[in-house]
Design a protein around this ligand. Structure first.
Ligand code: ASP
Ligand code: MG
Length: 407
């Protein structure tokens, strides 16, 4: 007998028919003698709908406290429906909101962090033989205000509950049946991984693969909660996200990802003086704009060029900010290029093997794909390329590292 936390995403609870399917799966696991805490998202599209309501009611300026009160309601609908279906099937069940469990968070509305979870209530219900269903994505602050955890936050709710309850593992049911070597929509030779380390999963997420909310993986890593990513529409075993082990380290590269939402900005002819980079990047970070790759050219006669990438959605804001900054620092001009993509290869094996970078560059060169920028971490190498080559780049890299083969 195990204690299992199961999380079902928006597509898995998209309508009452699907919620009935979830109920059947939950019932099966309960019948096998396990204790079960089920965490749900809102029905797919519901949170978006609620956000639009808040925006249209207030000329895009909703009060943050009331915004969280509103957008947390989608989960109240799904948990109550699942609980009433399970009860009808004869399974003692109880649903709870984040505030009832007491998922205590900080006071940052729209993007709160979980500080502590009371386990007494849930443990009591489990001991009494009940299935416990908890609303994902929400908590409560120390003043009793409802908070939400950021988009995709029910992944984090589930992992946090699993950690607090010392569950054996957390199953995350979604609309894909696991984590793949690359996006199967980009390359049909993508292979499902049977396991992947937390570290690689974090790099995959920051490189553009969105299977689990980033924070949920950070939390799982911190508390060593195994996560199984699987589909609620079939019985495939899915992908285990867990601590690295020796076998994993033998795998040189585990995945290739792409992010088409990149833009490149070059500040041209900048005086090469101390403090210039600070004056460019501080106003960006103050607006929470994440800068990814940065390169500075060798300086010629006291001047240099600074190039960096940001997410495309931040482009307009960057333009507004740099308009002033460029005048202040005496740079010549700013060039913008919105047709950029980032391709990355990720693998624990890079820690102990050389040659991954050169193999990557050779594979791209072989197709005549120009590398505009490069950045690396311990287990990731990323290249900025022209966006139109994204799919081709992913495919040649997948082939070059033979990711279609289990090794
Ligand atoms: N319903 C929330 C959202 O759409 C939370 C989640 O699905 O994880 O972001
Ligand atoms: Mg999700």
């Amino acid at each position: 007998m195990a204690l299992i936390v199961q999380k079902y995403g928006g597509t898995s609870v998209g309508d009452t028919e699907k919620i009935r399917n979830v109920a059947e799966r939950v019932a099966r696991v309960k019948d096998e003698g396990n204790d079960l805490v089920v965490v749900l998202s809102a029905m797919g599209g519901e949170t978006d709908r609620l956000i639009k309501l808040a925006e249209s009611a207030t000329e895009n300026d909703p009060d943050e406290r009331e915004y969280d009160v509103l957008i947390s309601t989608g989960e109240q609908v799904t948990i109550s429906l699942l609980a009433m279906i399970l009860k009808k099937m004869g399974y003692p069940t109880k649903s709870f909101l984040g505030s009832q469990v007491k998922i205590l968070t900080d006071r940052i509305h729209k993007n709160a962090r979980i500080l502590k979870i009371d386990t007494e209530l849930i443990n009591g219900e489990l001991k009494a033989g009940k299935i416990v269903v908890v609303a994902g994505f929400q908590g409560v602050d120390d003043n009793g205000n409802i908070t939400t955890l950021g988009r995709g936050g029910s992944d984090t709710s589930a992992v946090a509950l699993a950690a607090a309850l010392k569950a054996d593992y957390c199953e995350n049911f979604t609309d894909v049946d696991g984590v793949y070597t690359t996006d199967p929509n980009v390359y049909d030779r993508a292979r499902k991984l049977s396991r992947i380390s937390y570290e690689e999963m974090l790099e995959l997420a920051s490189a553009g693969a969105k299977v689990l909310q980033h924070r949920s993986v950070e939390l799982a890593k911190m508390y060593n909660v195994p996560i199984i990513v699987r589909s609620s529409f079939n019985d495939d075993r899915g992908t285990l996200v867990t601590m690295e082990d020796k076998d994993m380290e033998r795998e040189l590269v585990s995945g290739v990802t792409c992010d088409k939402d990149q833009a490149k900005i070059s500040v041209i002819h900048v005086p090469d003086q101390p403090g210039v980079a600070e004056r460019i990047f501080t106003p960006l970070s103050e607006r929470n704009i994440i800068v990814d790759m940065i390169i500075q050219n060798a300086s010629i006669e006291g001047y240099t060029d600074l190039t960096f990438t940001v997410s495309r959605k931040d482009m307009e804001e960057v333009k507004n900010i740099l308009y002033e900054v460029v005048k202040e620092i005496g740079a010549e001009r700013v060039d913008y290029d919105e047709k950029i993509a980032k391709v990355s290869v990720i693998g624990l094996g890079m820690k102990s093997h050389s040659g991954v970078a050169s193999k990557m560059f050779a594979a791209l060169a072989g197709e005549g794909i120009n590398i505009m920028m490069i950045s690396t971490s311990e287990i990731k190498i990323s290249c900025a390329i022209r966006r139109k080559y994204t799919e081709l780049a992913v495919q040649v890299l997948h082939d070059a590292f033979e990711l279609d083969k289990e090794n």
